[in-house]
Design a protein around this ligand. Sequence first.
Ligand SMILES: Cc1ncc(COP(=O)(O)O)c(C=O)c1O
Length: 385
Amino acid sequence: VSDQYLKPAGGDLPDIWRYWHDQRPPAELVHLNSASVGRSSMATLRAFSEQADREAAAGFRSASVQAQPLLERGRADLATLLGVQPAGVAFTQSGRAALSSLLAAWPLHAGEAVAVVPSEWGPNLTAFTNRGLRPVRLPVHGDGRLDLTGLEAALAQTRPAFVHLTQVASHRCLVQPVTEAARLCRAVGVPLWIDATQALGHVSTGYGADVIYATSRKWLTGPRGAGLLAVSAAWWDILRVRPVGKHPESVSPVALLERPETSLAARAGLCAAVREYLDTGPERVSQRLAEVGSLTRSALAGIPGWAVLDTAKVSSAITALRATAGQDIAAVKAWLLADRGIVTTAEGRSRAPWEMAEPLLRVSPHVDCCTQDLALLREALIAAD
Ligand SMILES: Cc1ncc(COP(=O)(O)O)c(C=O)c1O
């Protein structure tokens, strides 16, 4: 990357977001890919490395006992964010690992329906079919948001094993009306499962889903190698769990979904990241991310050869662009990184196979995005072939 494109550190940020920026190792690139991975703070990286250090010094068993207060506080923090009891939260290795544990533990029968919207994340659809389930479409409005009247009518007609919604879509600016969906599902006793992988650390998640799962490394800016799931107490008794190792009787069925062989360093980092997120203020973060999303969409509007998807006011910091002049999205993404030091994401159709007609370029800045970052991207896209 030539010196002329180096990022102005922190740019025109308000103090609180400059502080957030300064809590992280200095950025060598313009990171516009939080929907893939967020930048961890020094406190999070310290919690991770201190746990690894303790394991090397005192051995895994003793270090794991010492980590319990931090992990239990993290579990309680996550329970607050997800609207469940602390005993209803389990740590996992990732978002996908969380879904896979849930699908294994929930009593499901081959051929049962799982109701989804057309924008559903591709690998989730694959996980459902691999489990023998039949994904069926729920009606949506023109923008891809769930049609709540249609959901009510669908649930009155047939009873799927569960309704599954990806709260914040990964591939474009789209947020589902999960609070209202939770109310409608609860009224008829159909469980609502939420993929909050792009939602936790981004928008509010405490609306009382029956099942909700997420990852550490994206908007929460925790480490890789950690995820989580939560199940509301009403469904604990139906879970089919097999205890691994010795567990006291009092352990909840959800906690039994945790695998013993795991990176405690990643969990410790996740717990530190969650605490920092709560200290910053989830409401403040989501307002800022909504603002960052709309600044991004305005900054990238009207570039020749590019079209911004979903320009309406949606509270997501994820923006997708279509190439309207036949550009190769993967090549543009690679050029932005190599030539301008700007990190974006090239999205293939498999990300949302029921909806995406073509590859898209994704831009997903975090709260410390400044107007200079967006100006650099705009200038780069104008210059890209
Ligand atoms: C909507 C959605 N669900 C699930 C996942 C999987 O999360 P993980 O990579 O932690 O398994 C992702 C990751 O990109 C995602 O965007």
